[in-house]
Design a protein around this ligand. Structure first.
Ligand SMILES: Cc1cc2nc3c(=O)[nH]c(=O)nc-3n(C[C@H](O)[C@H](O)[C@H](O)COP(=O)(O)OP(=O)(O)OC[C@H]3O[C@@H](n4cnc5c(N)ncnc54)[C@H](O)[C@@H]3O)c2cc1C
Length: 427
């Protein structure tokens, strides 16, 4: 297929362990397997069962702005005081989260925001085209739909909507400002209280994020990748290679990629890297739609005021969003998923008639205070690589991250400048 693969197969096949079978690890594993490495994908659970399972399925390349923005400072107290509001911080987790929030606030500085916006834009630029190529090769193109997405507004303040429109346009995002009639023409199921929308024409969605992870890993398996279900407790590098210690024994490989999402901190600490990562917990509620019914929406619809998104999926309408800072291990508060249904009642004319069980889900977004992932070679370990911390955009940036990790491991020139994504920014 490509010369790299043939070159590598000529010698004895080099080995890689990819730790973490979320959408990021799967993409890295698939890319490395395609490049001719013998890949072992390792996860403490099954494929795609972490944050990559119940997300909104939106390839959200229009989201080029870092989450740390100064207007949040004034909204934060009100947001945090409402236990079922779009953002919540648990009292128990408050002290632990302070250092992360200090760095988050620091990243609101315009100079840092501008720099981080440029880096996110570079990562998002070819994110969808890489997926399209991959899904075509794997013969699973039905798992991506290129119909754009809408950000809808209930406000009648045109200037406010126009300001946001200009904001996106100035960053080169493909976007149209639609009035109510134009919005309802695209999505007739939307409520009449929607006054405007921004139509992001170049974005996409998947009808099933878990099926996407599973199908991509099956494709990697068909190329020779193996999957091992075990929890990794330690990673060490010696001259001869990398030893990955798991609860089932150890694995010795030439290279290792850590892609453990929100759980990455401990393994990186063992390698002496500081990772200021927070589990930015989010919820989704999947409402079943009967087989015969028309899909209520044609594309993801996000609400600007209510800060959540509705995505049409395979036989369900998935409502997703909210941010909860409560640490990795606190039990889920499914009232936060349930409240999404109250929000949806403002956005849709009617909710789907419920003939079978709805499904509530919670996932831990791996979030770093500057809204950039870590995609790099470990600065003090030339055989270890990191692909983690993709916050709200892990699904979107999966395929491009896999490509970049492939280029880093094979020591090729990366297709974009990866220096903003190096872990050295925290060390
Ligand atoms: C409500 C919600 C909606 C979202 N919507 C979108 C969206 O529309 N678009 C988008 O782009 N993103 C979205 N996201 C974000 C996206 O889901 C995440 O960024 C992405 O799933 C992160 O992928 P990952 O592979 O890094 O982590 P994960 O999917 O969490 O995978 C990490 C894996 O590592 C494994 N692991 C951890 N520690 C170990 C260990 N020690 N040993 C072995 N295995 C280990 C875990 O078991 C897990 O399987 C959403 C998130 C949420 C919560």
């Amino acid at each position: 297929m490509n010369t790299d693969k043939n070159e590598l197969k000529g010698n004895s096949q080099p080995t890689v362990a990819v730790i973490g079978a979320g959408i990021i690890g799967i993409n890295c594993a698939l890319e490395l397997q395609s490049l001719g490495y013998q890949v072992t994908l390792v996860d403490k659970g099954d494929i795609g069962q972490g944050c990559s399972k119940g997300n909104a399925g939106h390839f959200a390349t229009e989201q080029v702005f870092p989450l740390a923005e100064s207007s949040l400072l004034w909204q934060m107290p009100k947001l945090l005081l409402d236990p079922l509001g779009p953002v919540s911080l648990s009292a128990k987790h408050f002290i632990k989260a302070i250092p992360w929030f200090m760095q988050f606030f620091n990243n609101m500085r315009p100079s840092l925001r501008d720099k981080n916006t440029v880096a996110i834009k570079a990562l998002n630029k070819n994110a969808i085209s890489h997926y399209c190529a991959l899904l075509k090769e794997a013969n699973i193109e039905h798992l991506i739909t290129l119909q754009g997405s809408l950000l809808v507004f209930e406000t009648s303040d045109y200037n406010k909507v126009d300001a946001m429109y200009q904001h996106y346009k100035n960053e080169g995002v493909a976007v149209k400002l639609l009035d109510r009639a134009e919005t309802l023409k695209l999505e007739p199921s939307l409520n009449d209280n929607i006054n405007y929308s921004l139509f992001f024409t170049d974005v996409a969605h998947t009808i099933d994020p878990l099926a996407l992870s599973v199908a991509l890993s099956e494709f990697a398996k068909s190329k020779g990748m193996t999957f091992q279900q075990s929890a990794v407790t330690e990673i060490t590098q010696a001259e001869t290679g990398v030893t990955v210690l798991t609860d089932l024994g150890s694995l010795t490989v030439d290279h290792c990629v850590v892609a453990c999402g929100a759980w990455s901190k401990k393994l990186l600490k063992g390698l002496s890297y500081h990772l200021p990562i927070e589990a930015e917990r989010g919820y989704s509620l999947s409402l079943p739609i009967s087989d015969q019914a028309e899909p209520m929406l044609n594309r993801p619809v996000a609400s600007a005021e209510r800060r959540f998104i509705i995505t049409p999926m395979d036989n369900t309408l998935r409502l997703a969003g909210t941010v909860e800072y409560a640490g990795l291990n606190a039990p889920a508060n499914y009232k936060r998923a349930e409240m999404l249904k109250n929000n949806a009642a403002f956005i849709l004319k009617t909710l789907p008639e419920q003939k079978s069980e709805q499904e509530a889900w919670m996932g831990c977004r791996p979030s770093l205070p500057d809204s950039l992932p870590v995609i790099c070679q470990a600065p003090n370990h030339d055989k270890i690589f990191f692909a983690l911390g993709h916050q709200h955009l892990g699904l979107t940036q999966g395929a491009i991250t896999g490509k970049l990790i492939g280029q880093l491991v094979t020591k090729k020139k990366t297709e974009i400048d990866v220096s903003p994504f190096c872990i050295s920014r925290f060390n």
